[in-house]
Design a protein around this ligand. Structure first.
Ligand code: ADP
Ligand code: MG
Length: 623
């Protein structure tokens, strides 16, 4: 009598396994790149089309496979990396499960070309959904190339579940970076839709980190080196003054394998205690080497957690070596947040105190400047100083100009001022006289209370301002061109090559939002104009947060780029809870909110205000 239990056919088992191993194109990238590293390649190229949805190809110059292995590598539990269970405790390779290729081949079209150095001919194999479609000897370069096409072709639900290209590409780049960072001696290249994203020649660790993150990364790094019996710690942390609002570049590698660890992250953060501004995060690139026997990585293949034998000691070593490095490089004293900015003003400029009031229309003026005192103050100071130096120049050349502000030069200056005044129309300038709002009050620097006929209305200032800004940005991006204010002193912003590539893609939308970009270089972009409601000093933060938001995907946002940009900028720029608002600012916020199309929710779907009618109050008092 036969029972009801059956063994699943291999291709079904593989497809099920694939669900765990391959979540998205980036998972394939990770597996293929790790295989190439295990194959001792010195050159690895990743070639991506349409964020991996059309093609993921990894080409290496490693040891290659003979025709027999080339076929066998697609079988489940086929691996050359371990032979017996004991080997698990002494792993020196990335892979060992022999599962990846079988899984990938079950849910995609795979073309493998491979040749070993000593062979004249190589092998070319095509597998589609676990079926061998063709197999033949071929003239191919030494090494291995895996091309994965039509990922998830037989699992439409999975395919539909993929995120936008920007998000999927971000995941791919993350995996690429992790492998590239763990192996600086290997030459890595990455192309997306035939354009080069990375070209990282064989280099040392510091060059590799700087090569990947570009810009001025190198000068931000503080090296770390510590050797104990338990662990060798190497790598870099960033100087505290370069800490960012977004979490950004934080990496741990254990025996050249990227891992995540909240516990070790905490060790680093605690080493920075007292050195960081509120909510800011340092970058770090930490490489730990431990004896393979002291860790357990034999967990889920796609997980990046790891178990250490002696976590506590590791925590302590890491914390103290970061502290030591920060102290040694004497970075602490640089961080004088409360420094009196007047001290930075050259003495010659002091006299112009008298002229300052005429500079009333600073393009970067923002009534909410108080929200971020140190930052906006610095920028105002810079702008002012710049005006001053303009003035100083005039003074040197022609003294009379100073005395007589009606000369042409002065005309010119005031014209410039007038121009920026003309376009500065912030929400908080007073609007129509005929405003219907009665007196407003601010409660706990968080809510604005005002009265209406039927009772009162309580507004959440941060959410309300998000709504106002969101609609403003969206309108300027989709309906009419935004008004820009020209920055008197264009800003140079530095970004990694990935961010630069993303910015390039976003440029048209950002331009329609009011950003004006000047020259673009490999690692930096010049911003010469900004939307009227953006303060000059906030530009870098806004763009930084925008890039982070777009790469991570904004919750609840559609695929529309303008929508995402408007949401991200509204969130960055909105006045925050805890900011004092003058009465005029309160009124303007109120008017602005009720002029919106959808005043009752923030762009993120949260309520912006509530009303309390007199009857509601009556009820509460009637007990
Ligand atoms: P694992 O890496 O866990 O062994 P995989 O399914 O990723 O399992 O690969 C199976 C086997 O195929 C590997 O053990 C290796 O022998 C061979 N292989 C895979 N990729 C390459 C490559 N790029 N070059 C040489 N051999 C490879
Ligand atoms: Mg593998």
């Amino acid at each position: 009598m036969s029972g009801i239990i059956q063994l699943l056919p291999d291709h079904v088992a593989n497809q099920i396994a694939a669900g765990e191993v391959v979540q998205r194109p980036a998972s394939v990238v990770k597996e293929l790149m790790e295989n190439a590293v295990d194959a001792k390649a010195t050159e690895i190229t990743l070639n991506i089309k349409d964020a991996g949805k059309t093609l993921i190809q990894v080409i290496d110059n490693g040891v290659g496979m003979n025709p027999f292995d080339a076929r066998l590598c697609f079988a489940r539990h086929a691996t050359s990396k371990i032979r017996q269970a004991e080997d698990l405790f002494d792993l020196h390779t990335k892979g060992f499960r022999g599962e990846a290729l079988a899984s990938i081949a079950a849910i995609a079209h795979v073309e493998l070309k491979t040749r070993q150095a000593q062979d004249e001919l190589g092998q070319c194999i095509v597998v589609e959904g676990s079926k061998f479609v063709s197999e033949e000897a071929a003239v191919v370069p030494k090494g291995t190339s895996f091309a994965i096409k039509n990922l998830f072709f037989n699992i439409p639900a999975r395919r539909n579940f993929l995120k936008s290209d920007v998000v999927e590409l971000r995941h791919i780049i993350d995996e690429f970076q992790r492998v590239a960072m763990a192996h600086p001696a290997i030459h890595f290249q990455m192309y997306h839709n035939n354009s080069e994203v990375f070209n990282l020649p064989s280099q040392n660790l510091r060059q590799r980190v700087a090569g990947i993150f570009g810009g001025k990364t190198n000068e931000k790094l503080v090296p770390i080196a510590e050797e104990t019996e338990l662990v060798t710690i190497q790598g870099f942390v960033t100087k505290p003054e370069f800490a960012k609002k977004t979490r950004g570049e934080q990496f741990f590698f254990v025996n050249n394998r990227f891992i995540k660890s909240g516990y070790l992250h905490h060790a680093i953060m605690s080493a920075y205690e007292g050195l960081l501004k509120d909510g800011c995060q340092p970058g770090y690139f930490i490489y730990l080497s431990v004896p393979p026997q002291s860790i357990d990585i034999n967990i889920h293949p796609t997980k990046t957690e790891i178990k250490f034998d002696d976590e506590h000691a590791l925590y302590a070593y890491l914390r103290s070596s970061v502290k030591h490095a920060l102290g040694q490089f004497n970075v602490a004293p640089v961080l004088d947040f409360d420094r009196d900015a007047n001290l930075d003003t050259p003495y010659d400029y002091q006299y112009k105190q008298a002229v300052l009031p005429t500079v009333e229309v600073d393009g970067a003026f923002n009534p909410f400047g108080d929200a971020k005192p140190s930052k906006s103050y610095a920028s105002h100071k810079k702008a002012d100083a710049a005006w001053e130096s303009l003035y100083v120049g005039l003074k040197q050349d022609t003294d009379t100009l100073v005395a007589d502000p009606s000369t042409n030069e002065w005309q010119q200056v005031s014209e410039m001022k007038f121009e920026s005044e003309a376009v500065t129309s912030s929400l908080f300038e007073s609007q129509d006289e005929g405003t219907s709002v009665s007196k407003t009050y601010q409660l706990h620097k968080k809510y604005i209370v005002s009265f209406i006929k039927s009772g009162m209305v309580i507004i959440d200032q941060q959410r309300a301002h998000q709504r106002v800004l969101y609609e403003e940005f969206l309108t300027s991006m989709t309906v009419h061109q935004a008004v820009s204010q020209q920055l008197l002193f264009p800003l140079e912003l530095y970004f990694s090559s990935v961010e630069m590539a993303l910015l390039e893609e976003l440029k048209p939308s950002l331009a329609s939002a009011g950003f004006v970009f000047g020259d673009t270089h490999q690692d930096r972009i010049v911003v010469s104009g900004v939307p009227v409601n953006v303060n000059g000093s906030e530009v870098s933060i806004v763009i930084e947060e925008l890039l982070a938001d777009l790469q991570q995907g904004i919750p609840g946002s559609s695929f529309s780029q303008s929508d995402s940009i408007a949401k991200s900028m509204a969130r960055s720029l909105a006045v925050k809870t805890g900011t004092y608002l003058t009465e005029t600012e309160q009124e303007n916020l109120l008017n602005g909110l009720f002029a919106c199309k959808e005043p009752d929710v923030s762009p993120f779907g949260k309520p912006t205000f509530l009303t309390m009618r007199v009857e509601d109050l009556d009820k509460k008092f009637s007990v």
